[in-house]
Design a protein around this ligand. Structure first.
Ligand code: ATP
Ligand code: MG
Length: 230
């Protein structure tokens, strides 16, 4: 099992390819200090989402290693790793169940009220109530229709409910109106305070708030730094 202490993340010379011959990440090294937020930026296809996927161990690295609190994540049980990490993917896929269980996912002990509070915080509660069956609405082929950004807010509600120690957020590129964006960021900031956060950032407002910015280019870290206007 992963022995979680403070939430430090280290990538050490990480190399990765999806298919033989085409290297997607080359010798990627960086550290996220406990409680810090790192923003990953870079052109489409540069490997940002891949970094998120590797940290959640959707795939294993092929060179180098990823450490959490000094422990190689490829050597701990996947369940114990994932119990500490909340992921909000770029394209959220919902499960074939009702919307309430989609938010409760993984936290079976959460009450209906806690589920709804998380939905309020993620700014998706009113949308859910607009369906005739509300939280009982089934998600599925003939179930509710949500936009990419709305699905991502369901995933954010799920993450708020899980309140994990490490948050991985792959921002949707779909434009949210600025008020919605502002509300969600405030909610996530509440959850993210004292949580180590890795965010693939498309919005300047997210980048500005980060403690460290990593610029990825062709699977390498081209630049890193921070914006000093806090
Ligand atoms: P975007 O900003 O468009 O989301 P990204 O920086 O997140 O881009 P990644 O999704 O990490 O990019 O993809 C990096 C590279 O890996 C791309 O060239 C992509 O085509 C390739 N890739 C991604 N997923 C797979 C996969 N499942 N199988 C094969 N190649 C993949
Ligand atoms: Mg991506």
């Amino acid at each position: 099992d992963l022995l979680f202490t403070e939430g430090r993340v280290d990538f050490q010379n990480v190399c990765f390819s999806y298919t033989a011959g085409k290297e997607i990440l080359s010798e990627v090294s960086f550290t996220v200090m406990p409680g810090q937020t790192v923003a990953l930026v870079g052109p489409s296809g540069s490997g940002k989402s891949t970094i998120i996927r590797l940290l959640f161990r959707f795939y294993d690295v092929q060179g180098g290693c990823i450490l959490i609190d000094g422990q190689d994540i490829s050597k701990v049980k996947q369940n114990s790793l994932r119990s500490y990490i909340g992921v909000v993917p770029q394209d959220t896929v919902l499960f074939n169940d009702n919307i309430r269980e989609n938010i409760r996912y993984g936290r079976i002990s959460a009450s209906d009220q806690e589920v709804e509070e998380a939905a309020v915080a993620a700014d998706i509660h009113h949308k859910i109530l607009s369906f005739p069956d509300g939280y009982d609405t089934e998600v599925g082929e003939r179930g509710l229709k949500l936009s990419g950004g709305e699905k991502q807010r369901v995933a954010i509600a799920r993450t708020i409910l899980k309140s994990p120690r490490i948050i991985l957020l792959d921002e949707a590129t779909s434009a949210l109106d600025s008020q919605t964006e502002c509300n969600i960021q405030a909610s996530l900031a509440k959850v993210c305070a004292n949580h180590t956060t890795l965010v693939v950032a498309h919005r300047l407002s997210t980048i500005i708030k980060a403690d460290q910015i990593l610029v990825l280019h062709d699977g390498r870290i081209a630049e890193q730094g921070r914006i000093n206007i806090k």
